[in-house]
Structures are given as C-alpha cells and as structure tokens.
Ligand binder design. Sequence first.
Ligand code: ADE
Length: 215
Amino acid sequence: MAPGAQVHRIGMRDYHHGLLHGHECVIALTRVGKAAAAATTATLLQRFEIDRVIFTGVAGGLHAEVQVGDVVIGTEALQHDMDARPLFPRYELPLLGLARLQADAELSRQLAHCAERFLRGRASRVHRGLIATGDRFVGDADTGRGLRASLPDALCVEMEGAAVAQVCHEFGVPWAVLRTISDHADPHADIDFLQFLREVASVYSSGILSHYLRT
Ligand code: ADE
C-alpha cells in the first residue's frame, strides 16, 4: 500500500485503505477459516465502497494435474463440509438453493491472464475450475482421498474461498479467488505448506495482483 494508507481497526482486523498502482483498494487479512473469512468480507462490504472482491492465498492441490507452485483461479467455489442432509442436498447452502457459487467470469478471466503473464518462464501453470472450501486443513491421506472421490472436478482445497464467495453472492458483489498451490493435501501437507508460505506464496499473490492493477 502506498504511504498515506489509512488503517481501520474493526473486529480484530486491520483494513488498509489507500491507493495501489493508482487504484483505491482496501486490503485485509481474513485470518483462517470460513467464519473468519465471512466476517471480514461482510465488514469490507458494509464499511467500504467495494465494487469487487479478490481473495488470494494458498491451497492444497487435489486434482492430478495440479502441482505445487501452480496457480488456481476459481471459476466456482463450494463448501465441502456443508451437509444439512436430509433437510437439504449435500453441499447445498441452506436457503440459498445452490452449492456451487459462480465467480465473476470477466474478473476471473483477467486474473488468469495476469497469472499467465506473471508465470511466463517459470515451471508453474495456471488452472481454472472448482475450489473446495472447508474448516479443515487437509493433511491426511483419508480426507484427501475422500474429497477427490466425492468432488472429482475440484482442483484444490482451502479454508476461506467459498465463504467469501457466499457473502459476496448475498451482497451482489463480483468476486474471484486466486490460490497458489502449497501442498498436495496429503500427509506431507503441513511441512510443504510452511516452507511454501515462506518462500513463494506472497511473491506470487502480490506479483499477479500487481499485474492486474497495472492493466
Ligand atoms: N491451504 C493450503 N493447504 C491446505 C490444505 N492442505 N488443506 C486446507 N487448506 C489448505
């Protein structure tokens, strides 16, 4: 954030409001999990004049094509731990009548383009598709296997995206999720995750978003 950004402390989070590459932006760390992400998003949308939301962070790869260091842009997001059966079908968000939340097509397309440009010359690839969200770090073989079996088209798993998406959907605000793959959602996930966070994740997120803001 450029010098002169204002910091608003609301609900135990800092919202940094200022100019980035000439665009008025608000940046906040949601913290971990669906409730934390939903609370942050609701505050963002109610306290600031927000016309689009981009969530960025890391995720565990689920799909065979998705490797550590790749970037996933969610075209849709689903809460894999939402299960109100027999009242509602598995994954359906009660009273919303849908399970898969659709990202803004144009925003996602632009981010994918920026990610391709940023990653040019690196081994990493860009994927677009379903992101699975739940309040669980997937670091064991059984959970990863279960997710791959029940959601074969899910590219990656994380803990916030579909919660941000639900709040944006309810407020009618376009959203996108951009994730860098830090691990394979398996028993090595915690070690890969911590090493990756230190070495790559923030570089990718800020690099791709800088491209987006400059275009
Ligand atoms: N974020 C990064 N890696 C993850 C994993 N394995 N499970 C859930 N969220 C993650």
